[in-house]
Each structure stands twice: as C-alpha cells, then as structure tokens.
Design a protein around this ligand. Structure first.
Ligand code: FEO
Length: 396
C-alpha cells in the first residue's frame, strides 16, 4: 500500500498485515488480518503520528518517502507504545534524529524499556497542545484505553481525531475509509475489537467518552491506528461505544460448552431448544470449535450466559477453563447465568464453572446428569432452558 491522502496534506502511510491471524499472542483471532495505521501531516513541521509493527519498517518508510524525505520529519507523536504501533520507532528515529517526540511520560518510560531509546522527548498530557504550522494538535490522555500510556491527538484545523486503538477494527484492506467496505463486516469487526480489547475498561471508556463530549470537538474524521478511517459512520461508531461501554445487553443467550462424549452437548442442545421456545435468541458455541474472539463478541451484549462442561479428572475441561478465565477479564455486569454438565462419578465441573464466573454474573441453579442424559433428564434441560428464557425476558 502506498500513501493515501485522507485530508489535505494528511496521508495514511501505515501498513497491512494480510496474514496476521493471532494478534496479542493467541488471545485474538484476526480472521480478516490487521492494519497498523500511521499518519503523516505535511505542515511547517512535518509530523508523523504513530509508527507500525516491527517487520513493517521498510514498507512504512517507503510510504513516507512517496510523500516526503523521512529526514524532514520534525515531530513524531507516539499515541501508544504497544509494539504493534511502536515496533518501527527505533528505525524511524534513526532516519530523523532531529525530530522531537511527543507522548505521555508513561509512553517514554515504556519505549525506553522496550527499545532503549525514546529520542528527544516532550511529555504531554490532556490540555496541552503543539503548534506545527497551520495546525494546533491537542493531546487527550486516555489511560487504560487500553494501556496506561495511551492518548489521542486532535487536529481542530482538520477536524480529525487520531484515536490510536480507540475505534479500531482488525480488518486488513487496501481501502482506507469506512464507506469503502461492507458496513456489516466493518461493524462486526468493530464489535469484535471492542469485546476483545476494550471490554475490561468499560467504566473508563464511558467516563472518557463523556469527558471528550464536553470538549465539543468538531470531528469529521476519526483516524484509528487499526482498520478503516471513520468519516461516514462516525455517529454510528460513537453510539456503539456508548452502548457497549454502558454494559447494555440484548435479550439473547450464549450457550458455551465443552463435551467429551456428547452427553453435555445433548444437554446444551435441549437447553437451547427450551430458551428459543420462549422466543429468545440463543446461540450454541462448542468452545473447542469456535474462536474465543467470536464467542466474546457475541457475549459482549448478550444478557444470558450459559456454560457447560463434562467433568474430567475432577475438573472442568481444559478449553472451557481457558475461555472462562479469559472471560473473567471482561468485568462484565448485568448478566445471568447457570452451569450444567454431565459427569461419571464426582461432577466437579459445574462448581468449577460457578466459582470461576461468579464475580461477573449472577447465578441460577445448576444442572448435572450422570453419564448419558435420559429422556426425562433431557426434558428437564428443556424446561430449565425455558425458565431461563423467562428470566432473561423479564429481567430489566
Ligand atoms: Fe494496537 Fe494497544 O495496540
């Protein structure tokens, strides 16, 4: 991808990682790949906003060179130091050794720890700004959205908010703007991104959105450092962030299970039948066959969470164990759950599930069967599912 103009004298110079499928180690399955967005502003002071992941330096440098000699960069703004944005920083710094670097103090400390260099650093925070010529760039720190060092940069001249991880999506494409791709796919990736990156920080996201709205910024463009640049659907994505960060839920249920000999699966299917008999949507996820990324995305605004596991060696099964520990990090609110599962002789899995998730959801009575469920026990699963649906329907 070469540089693309997103506004007069502002270029997207980032890179596309078409084949990235496991972002953040293996915590996030990125089926559509990833982009690392970086922006170049040509003003009296040539300014680069964020860099890209290590391994993509050459491409970033080529993209910059297609607009300006990198040696002419006067200012580098580091909105966030996670290596997907800062990995190329040391190489870029070598090309423009006289550039001044702007970011939070925590960002400076983090860069030093990662790379041993931070350049000629000026620490900035909310309320401070930088004149680069025609433009004044305002800094807005957004700690824990989603690292302590994170900040946004706003150009009132261009009405652009450079939001780094905020409003991102993992969507590899050579298109630049939100209206150049399929809207449903875009919003699906935005939801997946929120569920897997920002969900644990709902309270902070809600507070920061409220604080930013009081600044009355004029925003024509939100330019995140992952995925598409928002210009047409700004109101839609902001409404979604307000909705997700408020722990709002829909009347729907995720039934997530792991099974050894399909007895727990039979229970899961009957529970789903019971739930849907009351007109409530329920989706069945075998946790060994679905990516946790997709399950978390569905669960982000599902009011009902149901979890099942067979008991194996006195424990719940290993894949659902990992999933529930991952889910605990969400710090979700307003959910209702119950646990179920089949067992041979001891049946600890159900209690394991309850113990793991009790901090993030209220719990209804659990359901266990020995070995293979009988017709009568399956009917019981159906009835429990039906009763659970009514709780979901009438719970405010
Ligand atoms: Fe895209 Fe927190 O890095």
């Amino acid at each position: 991808m070469s540089a693309r103009l997103i506004k007069d004298d502002i270029y997207a110079v980032g890179t596309i990682d078409w084949n990235e499928r496991h972002f953040h180690g293996h915590t996030y399955v990125t089926k559509r790949g990833v982009t690392y967005n970086s922006y170049l502003i040509i003003d009296e002071k040539v300014t680069l906003i964020d860099t890209v992941r290590k391994g993509f330096e050459k491409e970033l440098i080529e993209n910059i060179k297609s607009v300006v000699d990198p040696a002419k960069i006067d200012v580098i703004i580091i909105n966030h130091i996670e290596p997907d944005h800062s990995g190329a920083f040391p190489e870029i710094l070598k090309l423009c050794p006289n550039a001044r670097i702007y970011g939070t103090e925590k960002a400076r400390q983090g860069l030093l720890k990662y790379y041993g260099v931070s350049g000629d650093w000026t620490a900035v925070k909310s309320g401070q700004s930088l004149n680069i010529g025609k433009r004044k760039l305002d800094f807005i720190d957004v700690p824990m959205i989603h690292w302590p060092d994170s900040m946004f940069t706003y150009s009132s001249y261009d009405k652009i908010l450079f939001s780094n991880d905020g409003f991102g999506q993992h969507y590899a494409t050579n298109k630049v703007f939100d209206d150049e791709v399929n809207f449903a796919a875009l919003m699906d990736e935005a939801q997946k991104y929120y569920a897997n990156i920002l969900w644990p920080f709902n309270t902070l996201v809600a507070a920061k959105l409220s604080e930013i709205s009081k600044l009355n910024l004029n925003i024509d463009i939100i330019a995140p450092s992952h995925g598409l640049v928002w210009r047409k659907y700004i109101s839609e994505i902001i409404q979604k962030y307000l909705y997700w960060s408020s722990h709002s839920c829909q009347d729907r249920v995720a039934v997530v299970y792991e099974t050894m000999w399909q007895s727990t699966e039979k229970m899961a299917r009957k529970i789903v039948e019971g739930i849907t008999s009351e007109g409530i949507e329920a989706v069945l996820f075998n946790v060994t066959e679905n990516d946790r990324t997709d399950i978390a995305s569905y669960m982000l605004d599902a009011k009902g969470w149901v979890f099942g596991s067979s008991t194996h060696d006195g424990e719940m099964l290993p894949v659902i164990t990992g999933f529930l520990h991952f889910l605990k990090g969400s710090k979700a609110k307003g959910r209702t759950s119950f646990a179920f599962g089949s067992y041979g002789w001891s049946g600890e899995a159900v209690k394991d599930i309850e113990d793991t998730i009790s901090g993030i959801t209220s719990l209804e009575p659990s359901l266990r069967v020995v070995f293979n469920p009988t017709e009568e026990e399956l009917n019981k699963c159906y009835e429990v599912g039906k009763a659970f649906a009514l709780k979901i329907k009438y719970k405010s």
